[in-house]
Design a protein around this ligand. Structure first.
Ligand code: BTN
Length: 348
């Protein structure tokens, strides 16, 4: 065979291979969609085959691939296949189906495992993605929390994602961004899981008095003027089992609400809520609406806390938050202080 013929055969094989891969992915998506529509019920192989125009054997092979991906599908002998109600795999189509945003999450990527979604986005060339790009991971091997702490991010037990926002000159004031994220998570948990989700300043979300979500906002500064070019909002919500080593202080939506299988809906819910409050704040100048909701979920008012800021630690009683999200406390000497950075502890 001549070199030209080899090249043609090679190209044809490559095209066939790419096409076959696409067909398999499409088939997997479609089978999962049908099973999801009948979650908990048995769907016959014959019905799947005729709806999708393929053989029963192709359906059987596709089911095996979906099971290998971690989907809870059981084969019921002589009947068909059942997707268990507990199934909670991340699936881009299900997230997109619930998305009602104009830019947040319109570009998204799901990865099985990363070190940290925040770190990944910090290292990404921001020019290669749009503002609102979202990176989601099934697990993080080095999930990061505030003040250099570790955020335990076990496979399948939570939703771990980061939103990349590109800022213009007019958007350099980002003090309320973290507040926006906490409000978005609280609203989404209430909406999707049907339980109350309270907020502990500055950005922890609590259910039943225990932490269910942590948020880490990080800014990237660039250029001679040292302007904020990019902000990364990282959100981690425990959905399955909360980390057992923190069982006295942490919970999950499954433990608090008794619901599971909601990871895709929860991610879409947070992204929808986040875009709404972010645009309210940055474009419509309605920071007040965001703060009003934040105050309504702030469960620490009147509580004694240990405040730690850059310079000192002191005990104080929480009075509320001001319009820029700073915590208002009264120390033991009766002095009112405004805490805009730092941390508080409820028990010490
Ligand atoms: C905290 O509770 O101190 C903040 C935790 C933030 C965790 C999220 S999970 C997704 C994103 N990636 C990280 O490494 N951290 C944030």
């Amino acid at each position: 065979m001549s070199t030209d013929s080899y090249f043609l055969v090679d190209t044809a094989l490559f095209l066939l291979y790419s096409l076959a891969r696409k067909v398999i992915v499409l088939l997997k998506d479609n089978v999962l969609c049908i099973l999801e529509q009948h979650k908990g019920d048995v769907v016959t192989g014959g019905r799947l085959a005729s709806e999708l125009g393929v053989s029963r054997n192709a359906i059987w092979k596709t089911i095996r691939l979906l099971q290998d991906d971690g989907n809870d599908i059981v084969s019921v002998p002589n009947k068909g296949y059942r997707l268990l109600g507990t199934n909670d795999t991340l699936f881009e189509k299900f997230i997109r189906d619930g998305l009602m945003t104009s830019f947040i999450g319109q570009d998204m990527r799901i990865l099985p495992s990363v070190h940290s979604t925040n770190q990944y986005l910090k290292e990404l060339d921001a020019d290669t993605v749009d503002s609102g790009f979202v990176l989601i991971a099934d697990e993080q091997t080095g999930g990061r929390g505030r003040r250099g702490r570790v955020f335990v991010s076990r496979k399948g037990e939570g939703v771990y994602f980061s939103i990349l926002l590109k800022l213009g000159r007019a958007q350099q004031d980002i003090r309320l961004l973290t507040v926006c994220a906490a409000v978005a998570v609280s609203r989404a948990i209430e909406d999707v899981c049907g339980i109350r989700a309270d907020i502990k300043w500055v950005n922890d979300v609590f259910c039943d008095g225990k932490k269910v979500c942590g948020i880490l906002t990080e800014a990237v500064v660039s250029g001679e003027l040292q302007e904020l070019s990019t902000v990364i909002v990282g959100i981690g919500i425990n959905t399955g089992m909360a980390p057992p080593e923190f069982s006295d202080i942490a919970t999950s939506v499954q433990e608090a609400a008794g619901v599971c299988g909601l990871r895709n809906r929860l991610i879409a819910g947070v992204l929808n809520q986040f875009e709404a409050v972010y645009l309210d704040y940055t474009e419509r100048g309605n920071g007040a609406g965001v703060i009003e909701y934040y105050r309504s979920r702030l469960f620490i008012i009147g509580r004694q806390v240990l405040v730690s800021d850059v310079n000192s630690s002191y005990v104080a009683t929480v009075q509320g938050v001001d319009d820029m999200g700073a915590l208002i406390v009264m120390d033991d000497g009766g002095v009112v202080r405004f805490v805009s950075s730092g941390e508080i502890k409820l028990k010490w």
